[in-house]
Design a protein around this ligand. Structure first.
Ligand SMILES: Cc1ncc(COP(=O)(O)O)c(C=O)c1O
Length: 485
């Protein structure tokens, strides 16, 4: 006993001693009415000061775990000690037999648990998270302190399901500046795109039980579509976005409840849908009366070319587009803040779904983001981030073109490139061989709706150092050529 006590830096020692003694009592290692070691003894056993033990014993008494007999010492309170009832109630069960099919499916589709782990020194192209070394930490800290000093007490209390009002107002204007007609529309703040998508899907009635989307598409979106019980109809892509002919065919073939599109910096292909395609797509959706969930992911990360308006802007006063926004890749994914912009009557209902689920998104997170945006830091940060990501994008593109035996490389910006190899080539085999040499990437098949895409891969470059980009792609290229024979 007392050998497994380990101090954690930064936490008061007496609390750690108290918690440790409490756990011994609860586990039954110290029995009711048993005398506790003297404060001197325990301080030696745990290698802490005697004062810490004295304070710990006082706190144990306050919590009802111990009592003192004057002149004799401290004892374990029998009411607090574990007794034979613990043994009776400590029965076990097999939780696997009690899980819902949804939970089991979520576990089955959880690629984070099954993906390849990057060992130390591995060059990993798997992440498309932003580069944290670019984070504007000083301004984030200032935003936090400023907001806390204005209304810290309010921020720490319960907030509103719809979101933090100043942020909602800010985002209304932000979307207006993207050309959206905000009349008749409203906003709901969510924990990033992912929760917003799940809220929308869970709220949609399933008349046909099917959803259209680009093929390939965002893996998390596919997972959530499946978890919400939708059949997925993938439509092939062309270099400038979804194949409109195939989209029309799919719409003719079968009725769907809605469509999910990522028009800008599509994940995984990195394609930005052309203005002509956007128009064509909107016409088709109107003709077949299919509502659209638009993922506004990474719109801000355009490196070249002119601004492309989101679909919801093209829809004017129409209410058939549900826009999901997120600053996850542009700013900080750790602040789980995204938004749903849609018809106000729909938002009215989604607000209740959100409240039932999680009451609201962290007001503290929302307020930090708001203060940061209010201070004009997004614009400055974007300038810096775009310059750096563009540089890395060009480097990665040049390395890919030089080293890889590709059929096609796509990606108009953003934080990743998508590489297609000749048909019949297996990027899973390539991945296994590259892993042996300390390089990993994401095999593309996980993004496909129909089990295809075995000859594709995604390269996330945002967090890879220049030298590693060169070395990693050189290894991928050499290995691919060897496999191609
Ligand atoms: C297509 C797409 N949409 C949205 C997101 C952002 O999701 P979230 O806001 O939940 O972090 C991502 C992140 O990778 C993405 O790939």
């Amino acid at each position: 006993m007392f050998k497994d006590f380990k101090l954690i830096a930064g936490r008061p020692v007496y609390i750690q001693v108290k918690d440790y003694m409490k756990s011994l009592i609860l586990r039954g290692a110290l029995q009711g009415e048993q005398k506790l070691p003297s404060t001197r003894e325990l301080s030696l056993l745990l290698a802490v000061s005697r004062n810490s033990v004295i304070s710990a014993y006082t706190a144990l008494e306050d919590d009802g775990f111990a009592y003192t007999v004057q002149g004799q010492g401290s004892y374990v309170a029998s009411a607090a000690a574990s007794d034979s009832t613990t043994a009776v109630s400590a029965w076990t069960m097999d939780w696997k037999t009690r899980l819902s099919s949804r939970a089991l499916l979520a576990e089955e589709l959880d690629i984070m648990k099954r993906g390849i782990r990057a060992g130390k020194g591995t060059i990993s192209f798997t992440s498309i998270a932003p580069d944290e070394s670019l984070f504007d930490l000083d301004n984030v800290k200032r935003a936090f302190l400023d907001r806390m000093s204005v209304e810290g007490n309010v921020l720490l209390n319960y907030g509103y399901a719809k979101g933090y009002k100043p942020l909602i107002d800010y985002l209304r204007q932000y979307m207006e500046h993207k050309g959206v007609d905000m009349r008749g529309k409203d906003l709901l703040i969510t924990n990033g795109f992912t929760e917003g998508f799940d809220i929308v899907l869970s709220a949609l009635g399933q008349r046909h039980g099917a959803v259209l989307c680009e093929n390939p598409t965002h893996h998390t979106a596919l997972k959530n579509l499946r978890l919400n019980g939708f059949d997925i109809r993938g439509v092939a892509m062309e270099p400038d976005g979804i194949h409109l002919g195939e989209l029309k065919r799919a719409l003719e073939e079968e009725e769907v409840d809605c469509a999910y599109f990522v028009p800008s910096y599509h994940n995984p292909t990195g394609i930005v849908m052309s203005p002509e395609k956007r128009q064509g797509l909107m016409k088709l959706m109107a003709e077949y009366r299919v509502p659209v969930i638009e993922d506004g992911f990474n719109e801000e990360l355009r490196y070249s070319g002119s601004h492309v308006a989101p679909l919801i802007a093209a829809a004017g006063s129409g209410n058939s587009i549900i826009y999901l926004g997120s600053f996850s890749k542009v700013l900080f994914p750790g602040l789980r803040v995204g938004w749903v912009l849609a018809d106000q009557e729909l938002i009215y209902v989604l607000e209740s779904v959100k409240r039932a689920r999680s009451i609201h998104t962290s007001t503290l997170d929302q307020s930090i983001l708001y203060q940061y945006l209010l201070g004009g830091h997004l614009e400055k940060f974007l300038k810096r981030a775009r310059t750096e990501y563009k540089r890395k994008y060009e480097l990665t593109m040049a390395c890919c073109k030089e080293c890889l035996p590709y059929s096609r490389i796509s990606g108009d910006g953003g934080l990743h490139l998508f590489v297609t190899f000749p048909k019949g080539f297996s990027t899973r085999e390539l991945l296994a061989a590259c892993r042996e040499q300390g390089v990993i990437f994401t095999a593309g098949d996980i993004f496909f709706t129909d089990g295809t895409g075995q000859h594709t891969l995604r390269l996330g470059f945002s967090r890879v150092a220049d030298e590693d980009i060169r070395r990693g792609i050189e290894i991928i290229g050499r290995t691919a050529r060897q496999l191609l024979g």
